[in-house]
Design a protein around this ligand. Structure first.
Ligand code: FES
Ligand code: FES
Length: 211
């Protein structure tokens, strides 16, 4: 027997036990959304729960970056990377693949490394965002940056900020991390022009310092 495309319609993701079909869910949501606008934000009922809906227009977004607060008006679809680079001129995090594959855009959110190209700015509110720009102390390089310089660990440099930020996340968590643990922490970062030898030397230098 062939599948019935109407009766086999997938259920709404919001509640697998609700018995609400995707079509019903969209219908209910549309009615609710039209009914309850609150200060530019709409509220819809999904599986009996009120859910705020932002956009598609601009909405206020407040971000804390390197300890400084920034209030912006952004469409909810805008990524953290685009916000940093295009709205705030904080350009250390690089856009390379723009699809969570290379790590060039790595920043820390609440001390955890994330791909800024794959996080919406609106999701990063109320969190502490750290970028490569925060690492230098005045004219002095952070020791990780210095280890990259000492060991000639960059060529084009596009991947380097991401490597350094991911490296910092490892050492912030464990200042005595072994070379193997550091390498594991950098496994989400890719260098296309082949400076892995220099990066491994920088890892060895930093691992020795922590020991
Ligand atoms: S630019 Fe974000 S992972 Fe490549
Ligand atoms: S230094 Fe060029 S991609 Fe890493």
């Amino acid at each position: 027997m062939q599948d019935d495309p109407v009766n086999d319609e997938p259920k709404a993701k919001v509640d697998d036990n609700s018995g609400v079909s995707r079509r019903d869910f969209l219908k209910i949501s549309t009615i609710s959304a039209a009914a309850v606008p609150i200060l530019g934000t709409k509220v819809v009922q999904a599986a009996g729960e009120p859910v705020k809906v932002y956009g598609p227009g601009k909405t206020p977004v407040e971000l804390t970056i390197n300890g400084q607060k920034h209030t912006l008006q952004l469409e909810p679809r805008v990524t953290l990377l685009d916000t940093l680079r295009d709205q705030l001129d904080i350009t250390g995090a690089k856009r390379v693949c723009d699809r969570a594959e290379c790590g060039a855009c790595t920043v820390l959110i609440d001390n955890k490394p994330v791909y800024a190209c794959s996080v919406l700015a609106i999701e990063a509110q109320s969190k502490s965002i750290t970028t490569i720009e925060s690492l230098m102390q005045g004219e002095n390089l952070n020791p990780i940056q210095q280890a990259f310089v000492d060991n000639d660990a960059s060529q084009c440099g596009f991947c380097t900020p991401g490597f350094v930020v991911a490296f910092k996340a490892v050492l912030d968590k464990n200042p005595n991390a072994s070379p193997e643990e550091i390498r594991h922490g950098l496994s989400g970062n890719v260098c296309r022009c082949g400076t892995y030898h220099g990066i491994h030397l920088a890892i060895a230098q930093m691992a020795q310092k922590g020991a």
